[in-house]
Design a protein around this ligand. Structure first.
Ligand code: DX5
Ligand code: ZN
Length: 229
């Protein structure tokens, strides 16, 4: 039995989930922006960048700890970092709900086991040019597969449709085996691209610019959900 509080409840498996990416927020007004999306955010997507795995540096456990104090949202931490093992405990202590690690950094079996031991949900992420075969060994071990639809590092890039067949492959493999695993897409998700991603099999939709760049972030999130249903 888990001792983690209910704020780490991911919601019903397979339901469409909108995960606003806080990378598109004004970090000096972070909680105000999050409150603007309110109940339309099923998860909050937290982009962690280390300046090594990706050519950008963003935020880490201290910001997750602050968020955790001020919101009950499920904190979906996307770790674009080369050495997640060194930081998983810090993320767990900070109040992360889930950590997603990249297949490009090497074998992830020990990382997944460590995340589980810390009581975290865990996902694997794949860059647009990383094939299904790099994800396959972890299916059945993770709660989430994140298919990047842009090359990670920056918000506001264009959706790469070449990833769609891989999303469908991941979805088919999960459904065939009956794994309890979500399929998440991240990068360039907006009203024009959501339908394709959902038709390919995605259930968790990360969106930064399309939500926080909109005049009314709550309406923008609701519009994305309406497109996806
Ligand atoms: C990119 C990040 C994304 C990014 C998405 O490295 O992983 O989560 O914030 O931003 P948009 O929705 O603007 O493409
Ligand atoms: Zn992300």
């Amino acid at each position: 039995m888990s001792t983690r509080p209910s704020k780490h409840d991911a919601g019903p498996l397979g339901d469409i989930k909108i995960a606003p990416s806080i990378l598109a927020c004004d970090f000096a007004r972070l909680i105000d922006h999050i409150d603007e999306v309110g109940s339309e955010a099923d998860w909050l997507h937290v982009d962690v960048m280390d300046g090594h795995f990706v050519p950008n540096i963003s935020i880490g456990p201290p910001v997750v700890a602050s968020l955790s104090k001020h919101t009950d949202a499920f904190l979906d931490c996307h770790l674009m970092i080369t050495d997640p093992d060194a930081y998983l405990e810090a993320f767990a202590k900070a109040g992360a709900s889930s950590v997603t690690v990249h297949v490009e950094i090497g074998d992830l079996h020990a990382t997944i086991a460590l995340a589980r031991a810390l009581g975290l949900r865990v996902g694997v992420a794949a860059n647009p040019d990383s094939p299904f075969e790099m994800i396959e060994p972890y299916l059945g071990l993770v709660d989430l597969v994140l298919c990047m639809t842009v090359f990670p590092g920056f918000g506001g890039q264009s959706f790469i449709p070449d990833v769609l067949p891989k999303i469908a492959q991941v979805r088919a493999a999960i459904d065939k085996a009956g794994y309890a695993c979500e399929v998440e897409v991240d990068g360039g998700i907006d009203l024009a691209t959501t339908t394709q991603a959902v038709e390919a099999g995605a259930t968790v939709l990360v969106a930064g610019s399309a939500i926080f760049g909109a005049e009314n972030p709550k309406d923008a999130a609701a519009a994305l959900r309406a497109k996806a249903l």
